[in-house]
Design a binder for this molecule. Sequence first.
Ligand code: HMG
Length: 391
Amino acid sequence: MNETPSVGIHDMSFATTHYVLDLDELARHHNVNPAKYHVGLGQDAMSVPAPDEDIVTMAATAAAPILQRHGTDHLRTVLIATETGIDQAKAAALYLHPLLGLPSTTRVVELKQACYAGTAAVQMAAGLIARDPNQQVLVIASDIAHYQLDTPAEATQGAGAVALLVSADPAIARLDPVCGLYSADVMDFWRPNYRTTPIVDGHYSITSYLAAAAQAWRDYSGRGGRDLSEFASFCYHQPFTTMAFKAHHHLMCSAGITPDPTAIHAALRYTTDYNRVIGNSYTASLYLALTSLLDHAGDLTDAPIGLLSYGSGAVAEFFSVTVVPGYREHLRTTATSQAISSRKPIDYDDYRALHDTHLPTDGGRHVLDEHTTGGFRLAGVTNHIRVYETC
Ligand code: HMG
């Protein structure tokens, strides 16, 4: 492998919503065997946003501890990756300026390509830092997976944000230089501007994911990447956690290796703990898988980790990070488990009511009731302007 400047993840932090729905509750009301969700999809619960939460409040909650720890002296770029945009023109990260005290001397952009955009942001951050290693880039992947009620996709909803500080000489994991890419025009999942929920061809989306993963892996191998056997673990985009196992099985077949269920379990088992109870967090899902791995596995110092990013439509990228010595001192394991365990359980009726809640669009002054205790909230909307506050 070529020598590259050491650039990677210096800090990472997670946030999710105020409410949680147990999937047993959904199964009961949909007359579905709960094993379909727990075993078939590998999902136990889903995060549900309160009316005063959105991608900005989750992004602010995820990013605040990073800025508290590292300050903003070296911060020159803030990239927000999302497919739950709140505005067609203005980048969601601009709302973070007053909430987080971001410096005005930053470039701020929003990136979109379904669940893949977080990885595009990380790679762009690496390029900026390679040019000037003094700079740091804050990447925030923040999303709410919101499907139409009474559809098979409903059990795969969720919400979350992962903030990553990308820098030279990173404290957690170094980005390795080789990447494998694949893109093609595929209609497996999309959301036209006039819709609040995506149109999805569920089973086609699974085969599209698998095909794109294999193609990205092929490109990665052709560019001199590592052998599959060299990786200590693999993090996959997890729309539901059994998808990661399907994808790894497929990758092994593509690489000419006979899949061994025990080896697949060993390679992935620590990567699914968080996504199982959060649900699909779209752009954040892959980085939540990495967070779960680092928080739950034994010592991974110097271990190469393979990552497969997939965004419907479709773009896939296979890349890798190498975990650096001392990484454990920089993890936020307690804060992450608190964010998950402090969610307030809701019943099915409350979930349906929240699902159907939409912000008024009449341009009037609307004040929202207080629900969230997450640190930041959407206080209301006035003259079509979202008003945020610290709580
Ligand atoms: P479905 O068709 O209702 O489910 O919806 P199913 O019948 O295929 O069952 C699911 C699994 O549960 C199957 O396992 C069943 O056998 C099993 P498999 O055969 O696939 O291994 N099962 C059971 N297991 C144990 N006990 C039981 C039982 N019953 C059934 N009693 C589907 C599933 C994923 C299609 C649906 O939830 C959906 O449409 N989800 C949304 C789309 C999605 O998540 N696609 C994933 C790939 S695309 C992607 O990842 C991109 C995305 O994140 C968007 C973006 O990029 O922005 C979605």
